[in-house]
Design a protein around this ligand. Structure first.
Ligand SMILES: Cc1cc2nc3c(=O)[nH]c(=O)nc-3n(C[C@H](O)[C@H](O)[C@H](O)COP(=O)(O)O)c2cc1C
Length: 387
């Protein structure tokens, strides 16, 4: 990230998550209510664990916004962990008395960051790893993502998502702007309510079996301006930035843009989008099999990104593990967890995609104020329509 960058800090059961987002132009209307709405969307979704009922996330904006608008200063956001009060001294910053010291966590969960983190940071207590590797951190990114979404909305771009599959249950519903309300109503965030019901049944069966499920989520950015990104350096390709954003979310194991993996098995005539020209509209493409990016540059068609999420690593019916230190074989540890977080992950993916798209748009059309950015996009759209 170059123009709109963010950092988050804080532990899963610590006092709070903290985020700083730098590079947002001045004059963007931002409200706590809008951020809270997105935080609530992340907490819902079928298959989540009990923590989501203990907490109801709320943001505090502690910098960069005055009288409801960004000032150009870094936007600083805080999301309190309401559950922290139940954790006593477990995450104490100061040395606790020996009697108050928490039992160390010594059994790594296969597929989680537990073992890798304990070896990387040479920690004798996996608690030090879990607390930061936990997807709780994504709440801070969802909060930052709202600022990016609002900036994109000022440019006429809306970012939405839906669940395409959970386990082996697939939906063939297409995501359109009109379908967004139906997706939001479905507990699995699936546009096809019959498939959504089958997804819920699959999650219930996995819960019953002490198992977990993953799935595929599609994120679409409607109305993103053309001409963003470039082919001149690999890391500046819009497709590379989108893929990095998706893969930055825990548990994401695959990413596709447009036809994605399906393109590899089709002849070129069924993959490329034929070109045309229409008076008033300028150059047009007959379809959007590219997913809105060609040559690393946005085409002006919807940006279509899909992510494959693996099943949750924490299993109620645990896999084999080994105790740190003693190296004894043991059953893995269970700690309160989601059975399926695919519906919730869609909101996180919307946030990181929005952040990547807003960053790239600011690189191309950036200015000190939102009006500068809107003006630059409109001028570019008008120029390219005529050429
Ligand atoms: C929204 C969301 C919720 C998650 N909830 C859990 C959970 O409750 N338990 C768990 O073990 N992993 C959960 N994960 C996945 C882990 O964070 C992830 O698997 C872990 O950090 C290891 O990283 P990796 O899977 O990318 O290798 C969740 C991920 C997301 C995006």
């Amino acid at each position: 990230m170059t123009h709109l960058r963010y950092l988050t800090a804080g532990e899963s059961h610590g006092r709070q998550l903290t985020a700083i987002l730098e590079g947002c132009p001045a004059g963007l209307a931002v409200s706590r209510a809008r951020i809270d709405r997105e935080l609530a969307r992340r907490q819902h979704g079928y298959g989540r664990g009990d923590r989501q009922s203990i907490e109801s996330d709320r943001v505090d904006i502690v910098g960069g916004v005055r009288y409801g608008q960004t000032t150009g200063a870094p936007v600083a956001l805080v999301v309190a962990n309401r559950d922290a009060s139940n954790w006593g001294d477990v995450l104490s910053v100061d040395q606790p008395l020996d009697a108050a010291r928490a039992e160390p966590v010594l059994i790594p969960r296969p597929g989680h960051a537990d073992l890798g983190g304990a070896l990387l940071y040479e920690r004798n207590d996996i608690r030090d790893v879990i607390e930061r590797a936990s997807a709780r951190e994504t709440a801070a990114r969802v909060a930052c993502g709202v600022v990016a979404r609002l900036l994109l909305e000022a440019l006429g771009c809306v970012v939405a998502s839906h669940v395409v599959s959970i386990g082996d249950v697939r939906s063939d519903a297409a995501l359109t702007l009109e379908a967004v309300a139906d997706v939001e109503r479905d507990p699995c965030r699936c546009g096809d309510s019959a498939a959504g019901a089958r997804m819920r049944a699959a999650i219930d069966a996995a819960r019953e079996a002490g198992d977990t499920l993953g799935g595929v989520i599609e994120v679409i950015a409607f109305g993103y301006p053309p001409g963003v990104g470039t082919y001149v350096q690999g890391d500046l390709r819009l497709s590379a930035r989108l893929a990095a954003a998706v893969m930055s979310v825990p548990a994401m194991k695959g990413v596709e843009i447009g036809l994605g993996f399906a393109a590899a098995g089709l002849p070129g005539s069924q993959v490329q989008d034929p070109l045309g020209y229409e008076d008033g509209r300028g150059y047009v493409r007959a379809g959007n099999r590219s997913g809105g990016v060609e040559g690393g540059i946005s085409t002006g068609a919807p940006i279509v990104v899909r992510a494959a999420m693996k099943p949750i690593a924490t299993l109620a019916n645990p896999l084999a593990s080994v105790e740190l230190g003693t190296h004894e074989p043991v059953a893995s540890r269970y700690e309160r967890a989601d059975v399926c977080a695919v519906p919730a992950a869609g909101i996180v993916l919307e946030a990181v995609v929005a952040l990547a798209l807003a960053d790239a748009a600011l690189e191309r059309f950036g200015g000190a104020t939102v009006a500068d950015v809107i003006g630059a996009v409109e001028a570019y759209r008008a120029r390219t329509r005529l050429r």
